[in-house]
Design a protein around this ligand. Sequence first.
Ligand code: MN
Length: 189
Amino acid sequence: MFTLIELPYASLAPVISDQTLAFHHGKHLQTYVDNLNKLIAGTELEKKPLEEIVKTSEGGIFNNAGQILNHNLYFTQFSQAPQAPNGKLQKQIEKQWGTLEAFQKEFEAKGTGLFGSGWVWLSAQTDGTLVITQESGAGNPVTKGLKPILTFDVWEHAYYLDFQNRRSAHLSALWSIVDWNVLERRYTE
Ligand code: MN
């Protein structure tokens, strides 16, 4: 039985309004959790780790499990008092993109340019090289053997109450709440 993650903060306003956070976490993510629990009730998947379900399933089970994994990574990467970039991840980003700003620009552009609903990801390959990828629907880079580090949700439910159609403005605002200590831990663990 999967449960809704608890948020490690009370608010992310004004970057993400309390109303958006309440709907996104308490309604959208809760629905994915409820749906997955119904779909796997009484099957062997009940005892499997979420990531394994995402890697091995399809259809409704994949969509709901993927959305839970994606949102768990998404919600836990933010902070009201975020740490600035530091450490090995920052060095690798600068090695590949030159500057943090150049990386952020490309990441935002890939998120803005993704057609329809989905996610933009920064992930690591097994040799530590970083890649930015777009996933539509509930896609997660673990299905391609990548290690997810950072993700921006570009489903309209993530920003429509606050930014309406201005997806690009929403993505660019998110940088101010990204906690780079979390990303560093994901990259180096
Ligand atoms: Mn979402």
